[in-house]
Design a protein around this ligand. Sequence first.
Ligand code: ASP
Length: 411
Amino acid sequence: MEQTKKKDRLALWIFVAMLAGIVFGYIMWHVGQAAAVTAYIKPWGTIFVNLLKFIVVPVVLISIVCGMISMDDVKKVGSVGWKTVVYYMVTTLIAIIIGLVVANLFKGAFPILETSGLEYEAKSSNFMDTIVNIFPSNMWSAFVSANMLQVIVIALLFGAGILVAGDKAIHAKSLIESLNEVVMAVMMFIIKLTPIGVFCLMADTVAVNGPQIVGSLLIVLAVAYLGYIIHLLVVYSVAVKTMGGLSPLQFFMGMIPAMIFAFTSTSSVATLPLNKECSEKLGADKDVASFVLPLGATINMDGTAIYMGVTSLFIATCYGIDLTIGNMLSIVLTATLASIGTAGVSGAGMIMLAMVLQSVGIPVEGIALIVGVDKLFDMGRTTLNIVGDASCAIVVSNWERKKQERLTAKK
Ligand code: ASP
């Protein structure tokens, strides 16, 4: 309760900081003092962005190894485990593709900003190069250059190593789990600094680009929500209808309490108990739900994937970067993995967005553009995240029921 109150207060501060930044930036733009804002206010925002960048490698590395360790449970639950993972992967892939498609459709409405002295360039688009470069030849250089795809491969390999080594890896496992707590605490500390970062960066963006940039934020928000709604109404309806044997209307009506809670709490993990209750009322098997839902709250983030697709394209456009098909494939790959690595807590998706941007060579500073309204993105994406988990619980329960029926019919 106390935690939720604190989070609400932070959200309020972020919102106030955004408004203050817009007003201050507008005044400075009006009096022609943009250069002063860039010289004296923006650097404080840059410190915030630096901290975001700094925490990305440890968060990705540790949280993905931790995710791999939890796959041990997947092995234990046998076929239910693999069905769940495949369902999660496929729906996440569809989500990121929907995100990129809607963002591309509305790309013309995104602005190109004045970004003085910009020397960023989108990274190589050659598909084979992208594949080869995923595999690191030197672990440390991957960390030093924050090459996120390589960091992910390192995490997956070490995670697999821990699983294979079994009991002998018990110390490595507990070290990683304990480090995960530490890294999460540092991440939370950085998230708490968001209001300061938002004020400074927003002030600079508005002072340099003028007030029309605020309208662009509303557009990108609307585009993300369009993606959320398409995914919700098309993908989950089709899934529960064809594979779960449940009418979509019944499904969404039954999910309303959990959806409202997710929308307001912006945390999949906090919504877990309510989500379990709603899913079971809709016919999900108790045992299946108690495996599928907690795993989903940790690794399945369809809303976050859509958000990453839409915002990375928005930020790239703002910086005048034209993404190639190769870049977009990179986004699909990293955003899928990033959404797996995103913790089911408020604001975590924004940190992982930094990793997606970094992997394609889009300036991470661009997060400044959307950070002020991230809470509004988060409300929608968390709602989608938990509905995705519930739809999986319904589908897998139905598959298991049918399997049982087949087995008893054979006997
Ligand atoms: N808040 C989201 C969740 O808990 C994660 C995110 O920030 O994308 O599902």
